[in-house]
Ligand binder design. Structure first.
Ligand SMILES: Nc1ncnc2c1ncn2[C@@H]1O[C@H](COP(=O)(O)OP(=O)(O)OP(=O)(O)O)[C@@H](O)[C@H]1O
Length: 372
């Protein structure tokens, strides 16, 4: 299997391209999926997710500088790739006219499993996917969730090490969706690699070790859910004060830090020591902190400070509070959710922010007369 320095790779693609009639669908994308992990390809309708899955699972051809699946060179040995993967597409492979068990046995035949081994595997999988009771009923009588479970169970008959799940929970109710997530987690804990496409950001957030956002035929961003959330503005640290005096002190400390050194000297302020002010200014410089974007919530006695929530930034905020002798009663880190990331990266409209925080620059705060 292809490996990085640390881990074998289930999928390694470099410069993957696909065009239909002169229209570029995939514009040279790179994908790296370590074995035994869940990788999610996220993108809006028509982004090229299914096309990617189809190429990686040998259903259609694509061009690439390098394309390995399950350690096999896809161009040189597609048969070996097929033997190591399972695919569950958007459109179910389940035949409604025959029973669930018959659907499974058909798959066992397709995989040339000996009869007794086929029966044993099918019985085990039906049991594992809670379909034993319904096994003898026509699949057309199954609910959407049962059909999806049967579909995934059918994919597992050949014991694949890599599974491609193309939008596996589209159209499922929340309970069935959670059941499917549980199944996916169990698969991965058994060592299987899952390559998942989805339009549900929550799904990628829940399941994926790594996420790639596909937009306009390119990977717009890739990383863990947390890394992606830090890529876009919107993250902040919220400081809440129980004591109105402490809240005002924090505002005063910040407001003094907005004034430049000269102005401070001209003001001859006496309620903040030079050392304190210096430490605040140092902190602001060190953290690259955009002071004008601090917002306040007078009712909640809370300040919202833009931050990526990283350890470094949290430390500098705490250092600043210490240096200014201010004690906040609560410090919470808010990162944007994947919805924000998705809209920002795929060019959609940004979601309205969720918190109802009165905003205004600190200068506006001061000018409004709140801090005297
Ligand atoms: N056989 C084909 N011939 C021409 N164009 C195609 C073909 N298959 C896909 N496309 C086009 O390629 C683009 C990507 O399609 P694809 O199905 O990969 O997107 P997707 O990200 O899976 O979208 P969805 O979430 O809607 O399933 C779309 O514009 C689609 O119309």
């Amino acid at each position: 299997m292809t490996t990085t320095a640390s881990q074998p790779l289930a999928v390694a693609a470099k410069g993957l391209r696909k065009s239909y009639g002169g229209k570029t669908i995939l514009d040279g994308i790179d994908l790296t999926v370590p074995a035994g992990t869940i990788f999610s390809l996220l993108g809006p309708n028509g982004a090229g997710k299914t096309t990617t899955v189809k190429i990686l699972s040998t259903l259609i051809s694509g061009e690439a500088h390098e394309l390995y699946v399950g350690g096999h060179d896809l161009a040189a040995d597609p048969q070996a790739v097929r033997a190591s993967i399972g695919v569950t597409g958007q459109f179910s492979a389940v035949d409604g006219l025959i029973t669930g068990e018959e659907n499974m046995l058909l798959m066992a035949n397709l995989h040339h499993l000996p009869r007794s081994e086929g029966r044993r595997t099918v019985a085990e999988l039906l049991e594992r996917f809670h379909l034993t009771e319904a096994a003898k009923k026509p699949a057309s009588t199954y609910s959407g969730g049962m059909k999806r479970r049967l579909d995934i169970a059918m994919t597992l008959v050949g014991n694949p090490r890599i599974i491609f799940l193309d939008e596996p929970t589209t159209g499922l109710d929340p309970r069935s969706r959670h059941n499917t997530w549980q199944i996916i987690r169990e698969l991965v804990s058994g060592g299987v690699t899952v390559f998942l496409t989805t339009q549900y950001l929550e799904e990628a957030d829940e399941l994926a070790d790594r996420i790639a956002v596909l937009s306009d035929g390119k990977i717009a961003a890739e990383g863990t859910a947390d890394e992606l959330k830090r890529l876009i503005p919107g993250g902040h640290v919220r400081l809440r004060f129980a004591d109105p005096a402490a809240y005002r002190s924090a505002l005063v400390a910040l407001s003094e830090a907005t004034a430049d050194d000269e102005a401070l000297e001209m003001q001859g302020r006496s309620d903040g020591s030079q050392r304190q002010l210096r430490s605040i200014l140092d902190w602001l410089n060190a953290s690259g902190f955009a002071l004008r974007e601090v917002t306040r919530d007078d009712e909640a006695l809370a300040l919202k400070i833009p931050s990526d929530g990283s350890q470094r930034e949290l430390r500098s905020i705490l250092d600043w509070l210490d240096a200014a002798g201010i004690e906040a009663d609560e410090l919470t880190v808010h990162t944007p959710d994947l919805d924000d990331v998705f809209f920002a990266l795929t060019g959609g409209l940004a979601q309205p922010r969720k918190e109802a925080v009165r905003s205004g620059s600190l200068r506006e705060v001061i000018l409004s007369g709140f801090v005297r």
